[in-house]
Design a protein around this ligand. Sequence first.
Ligand code: MEV
Length: 397
Amino acid sequence: MAKVEASAPGKCILFGEHAVVFGQPAVAVAIEQRITVSLELLEEGTDEWRIDGMKLIPSKHPHVQALRSRLWQKKAGAPALSIHINGDIPPASGLGSSAALSVAASACLRAARGRWLSEGGEATETKHWAEGFSSQLTDTDVYSDVIEGKDPARRAGNNGQGDLHIWGNQAIDVDECALLGHAVEAIAQGGRASPMDSSVCAHGGIVLLSNEVVKETDWAYTRTLNTPEGDRTWQVHTIPVMADEQDVYLVIGNSGVHAPTSIQVAKVAAAMTENPQRMREIETIGLIARRGVEALLKGDFEAVGRAMSENHLMLRGLGVSCFELDNLVRAAAPSSLGAKLTGAGGGGCMVALTRNPKQTSEAIELAGGRTLISKIGNAGVRIEGHEGLPFWKPSSK
Ligand code: MEV
C-alpha cells in the first residue's frame, strides 16, 4: 500500500501576536503536542479526495485545497488521495493546529510527489532544483493561486530541467514546508498572516520574527507578503533552546471559547484603520517583545515572564482578550513567572511560564480551563514513515 505520514508541532506565542502582522517582533515556541497527517493513494479510477473518510469539500478545508493546487495538480496527472489527520493540538485554539496541519501535509505531498533536480544536482542546493518553492528562489509564486496552464512548482535548475527524480525524506525541504504553510495560512486568513505559525511549526525550537535582522540569533530568511494594508516584510530567525530552559514549563490553558483567527486579525486591522493613533499600542507590544527576546537570550526567565504579563495587558487593551481568558490568566499568576493569552485571542488559549507546572495547571483547571503542559522548543516537521513512494511523478520537462 502506498502511504506517507508526517507530523508537525503546534506553537505557542510568548510575545508579539497581532503586532507581528504589522511588522513588530514576535517569539513563538514549538510545543510537545503535534498534528500527524497521513496520505494514502485511493484506488485507481477514483477521482474524489477523502478526508478522514468523508468527501473533501474544498471550502471546508481551504489549507488542503490550497496545497493541492500548488503541489498536486490533477491536470498534471496527480492521483486522488485519502487524508487522515490526528493529533493532540486542539483546533481553532491559538496553538497553530492549522499551520501544523499545512506544514505536515506539505511535507507528505512533497515526499509523495518527489522533486526533480537538474543533472547531478543536490537536493540541499535550491539552485539545482527543477521544481519547488523556497525563500532562496526569488521567482517563487507560492503566494499566487494556480496560474492556468502553468505548473507553479516548475522552474529551471542551474543545469536545465528535471534529470534526476528524488522522493521521500531527501525531497523534503523544511523552508519549503514553512513557505507553503505561510501561503496557505495567508489565504485562509483573508490575506493577513505573519509567517510566525508556519515557521515555528516547520522549524521547531524557538522562532523570532522581526522587521530587522536581530544579532545574537540565527537569521534564517526574509518573508514578504502583500496584505490588504500593504506589503509586509519579516526577518525570520531561530533562537537556540538553552539547557536552562528545561527548568521552566509552559502550561497552556484552553478557555474552550472558539474565535476564528481571521476575525480577530481583521478586528485589529479595522481598529488601526479607524484610529491610526492606536498604532502606538502595536509599537508598545513590539517594545515589550524586544525586552522579552533580550531576557530569553540571557536565560532570565523571571524577566521573560514579566514581559509576557505586560504583553497580556496590551492585548487586553487592543480588545482581543475575553472574560474567560482573563480569568485563566489571573488564576495562573500566583504560581507562575508570567501569563498571557496566546494566539489570536477572543477565546482559545492562554499560556503561563512556570517552574511549578503541576500547581499552575491545577489553578487553571480550577478556574475552568483545560490544560496542556509542554517544555519550550520541540522538534519541527518530520516524516514519520512511508512506503510505496513516489505516489506519482510529474513529467520532467
Ligand atoms: C495567530 O496565531 C497569531 C496572529 O498574530 C496572526 C498572525 O501572526 O498571522 C494573531
